[in-house]
Design a protein around this ligand. Structure first.
Ligand code: CP
Ligand code: NVA
Length: 309
């Protein structure tokens, strides 16, 4: 049994399969063809933080595979009344086939997985957001590569990360290390990446720049995220001041490659981490990126339950 708790839980070969499979599944969806590979299977979705995309993409995706979902939040389950995570895992995993969790500490999802009889998927923790990077890479491959050789177009590319050294940044680092591209990271001082969290095999997969403009120079993809992630709201005012120069604007996009893409996992704050001109402009692929969450996660859920088909 495999869990998907961080990006490094799958190999490059498994990613190659998932990207090709996601393209096949998306093609069938667009052609209104049924794709019922998970009939009678149930996914439990546990949310301890808010969500729009993760909720809708997993729920709609599971229905499209012929399965069904159970939706739980901290507030409306015993999770919010201090039932141990280990007990919750033992009970829930006797009743469903697959579990997706969005929570705070990585230790919490790790404990759930250690006590689960069924595969567990990370739908975002403070440390990682692997399903989002799965969708982002698939989107890049769709735009710039070939789904028949999905990993080829990633090799040697430069991704500029402008902003917080957060869950998304950590996951980009893991993906770069595994799949052979480089992340140019620029964060304000005090909000740097912590390479121990990503547990990198090598340190060749990223370069740190103080100036976000320099990070964007020659990049194939420029990406950012909110200045204040969920769970860090108390730091909002301090972060607004610290991050003021880390707004992706047209000047930053102008120093990237002429065909560079812009991505943002969403939700976005126009005028903070990105200008409206960039996120709503021609280089932005944020709506494809959001839709692709659903297609890659369908491929992932199938893979965790059925293996390669
Ligand atoms: N990108 C993402 O995970 O969005 P939600 O917080 O809306 O799920
Ligand atoms: N870094 C953000 C991503 C939201 C999808 C957060 O954790 O809130």
């Amino acid at each position: 049994m495999k869990h998907y708790l961080q990006f490094t839980d799958l190999t490059a070969q498994e990613y190659a399969y998932l990207f090709s499979r996601a393209a096949f599944i998306k093609h069938k969806f667009k052609a209104y063809e049924k794709h019922h590979t998970l009939v009678d299977r149930t996914l439990a979705m546990i949310f301890e933080k808010a969500s729009t995309r993760t909720r809708v993409s997993f729920e709609a995706g599971m229905y499209q595979l012929g399965g069904s979902v159970v939706h739980l939040t901290t507030g409306d389950s015993q999770l919010g009344r201090a039932e141990p995570i280990e007990d919750s895992a033992k009970v829930i995993s006797r009743m469903v086939d697959l579990v997706m969790i969005r929570t705070y500490g990585q230790d919490k999802i790790n404990s759930f997985a250690a006590n689960s009889r069924v595969p567990v998927i990370n739908g975002l923790t403070n440390d990682f957001h692997p399903c989002q990077i799965l969708a982002d890479l698939f989107t890049f491959i769709e735009q710039r590569g070939d789904v028949k050789q999905p990993l080829e177009c990633l090799k040697g590319k430069v991704v500029a990360w402008v902003g917080d050294g957060n869950n998304m940044a950590n996951t980009w680092l893991q993906a770069a290390d595994l799949l052979g591209f480089t992340v140019h990271v620029s964060t304000p001082s005090g909000y740097e990446i912590d390479t121990a969290v990503a547990g990198l095999a090598t340190h060749n997969c990223f370069k740190v720049f103080q100036d976000p403009m320099q990070a964007c120079e020659g990049a194939d993809l420029v990406t950012t995220d909110v200045w204040t992630s969920m769970g860090y709201e108390a730091e909002n005012e301090a972060r607004k001041q610290a991050f003021a120069d880390w707004c992706v604007d047209s000047e930053m996009m102008a120093v990237a490659k002429p065909n560079a893409l812009f991505m943002h996992c969403l939700p976005a704050h126009r005028g903070e981490e990105v200008t409206a001109e960039v996120i709503d402009g021609a280089q932005s692929v944020v709506w494809d990126e959001a839709e692709n969450r659903m297609h890659v996660q369908k491929a992932l859920m199938e893979y965790l339950l059925l293996g390669q088909l």
